[in-house]
Design a protein around this ligand. Structure first.
Ligand code: HEM
Length: 193
């Protein structure tokens, strides 16, 4: 119980930190975008690190918890867009989504994260297990989204790109489909040599 409270406090600390700095923010909407977006992508990376690192430290039982916090911060990011930026105008949301490629990449990721959060219960997860691989797609898309939001890429975006390449690459090599493809490819090369 105490462990759960401490964990929740840790995962809520970026929100507290953001609220604390909000009063002195020059552009509050941009400030909220940056904080909620960065926290969501870092939590997404943390969620996806749990599986490859499970032999070093098994934290698989916390994967859903961290995943749900990823969605929580992505939801705050979306609320910033819809309530503060769009001022609840559905027409504005549709226009921005259709006009700006980086906004529709964000939207696609948000919808996939929403679907995964809803289907993360034990019962629904069994049914939609394979669909949850879509989280790697979200990581790829959101890395592009975060990079497109910048005029010049900084070390932070290079870090996201690096982690996305490592995590997606690792998943691809673990996938049966990819390993079968490479096995067949190598077999053909050996035969023709
Ligand atoms: C709901 C759909 C989404 C919309 C409409 C949206 C919108 C935006 C906008 C307008 C910015 C630019 C902020 C600025 O610098 O002026 C931004 C940046 C960003 N977004 Fe999103 N986004 C969405 C989904 C997501 C999701 C799901 C994630 C993460 C899981 C995310 C992560 C980021 C990151 C990391 C940045 C860059 C922040 C920075 O400048 O450091 N976004 N987003």
């Amino acid at each position: 119980m105490i462990k759960k409270i401490v964990l929740n406090l840790i995962f809520l600390s970026p929100l507290v930190y953001m609220l604390y700095g909000l009063q002195s923010a020059v552009d509050p909407i941009k400030y909220i975008y940056i904080h909620t977006g960065s926290t969501a992508i870092v939590m997404l990376i943390l969620t996806l690190c749990i599986t490859p690192l499970r032999k070093v430290k098994n934290l698989v039982k916390y994967r859903r918890f961290v995943g749900l916090y990823t969605f929580f911060y992505a939801f705050l990011h979306f609320i910033n867009f819809f309530v503060l930026d769009a001022e609840l105008s559905v027409a504005f949301v549709i226009k921005q989504t259709l006009d700006k490629p980086f906004v529709y990449l964000g939207m696609i990721s948000f919808v996939v994260l929403l679907f995964m959060s809803i289907t993360s219960t034990r019962k629904l997860f069994k049914k939609y297990r394979t669909w949850h691989n879509g989280v790697y797609l979200v990581l790829g898309i959101i890395t592009i989204h975060a990079s497109m939001a910048q005029k010049v890429l900084s070390a932070v975006e290079y870090f996201y790109i690096f982690m996305a390449v490592i995590l997606i690459g690792h998943r691809a090599f673990k996938s049966k489909w990819i390993s079968r493809f490479f096995a067949n490819f190598l077999q053909k090369r050996v035969k023709t040599a």
